[in-house]
Design a protein around this ligand. Sequence first.
Ligand SMILES: [Zn+2]
Length: 218
Amino acid sequence: MIQALEVLLDLLFPPKCVFCGALLQKGESGLCAGCQTTLPWLTGEAAEQKGEFFSLCVSPLRYQDKVRDSLRRYKFSGRRGYGRVYGTLLAQCVHDHLAGRYDLITWVPLSARRRRQRGYDQAFLLASAAAEALGEKAVATLRKARHNRAQSGLGEDATRRANVIAAYEVLDREAVRGRRVLLIDDIVTTGATLSECARTLLAAGAKEVVCAAAARAR
Ligand SMILES: [Zn+2]
């Protein structure tokens, strides 16, 4: 029944590449063969960056051109289904760079107000899809305790850092104590948000924090 429904949905809404919009061919899933070849992929050490309070952050893609356009549609134009495709790409990147380095998977949460505005939490969808592809389940550990300005509207590193200070709270300290946490977000720019979340998790007793983001802006 579900399979029949999927076939029907594919006929009504043929699946398209989340990056360029091309109709997908048989055997392609989420993205087309062209994008598979030409997107700004990050591999090896280029996929890794260090940061304050987290040991490592990995990203499979650079945040530019089609990747940027696609992530903007994901965040601002309601394309929540893209999360599954990004999640699969992110899971592969985590598998390649962070296997065996974490005990639980979590995400950078939106404020309740922003989630209401958007209708979904894009980092949660991404983390859930990535966790599922890794055979695990994403666990909520953080709450956005205050609503601040969107980081994407702020330029200076120091301004971005100040904007997120004390913005997050740990939901349940017992759940993170002594654990190595994999923290997931959609885009990493200066790393200020990831650093602040990592700092909050470490203050609650987490042993280590590593991060993964679908795309890296710098
Ligand atoms: Zn494409």
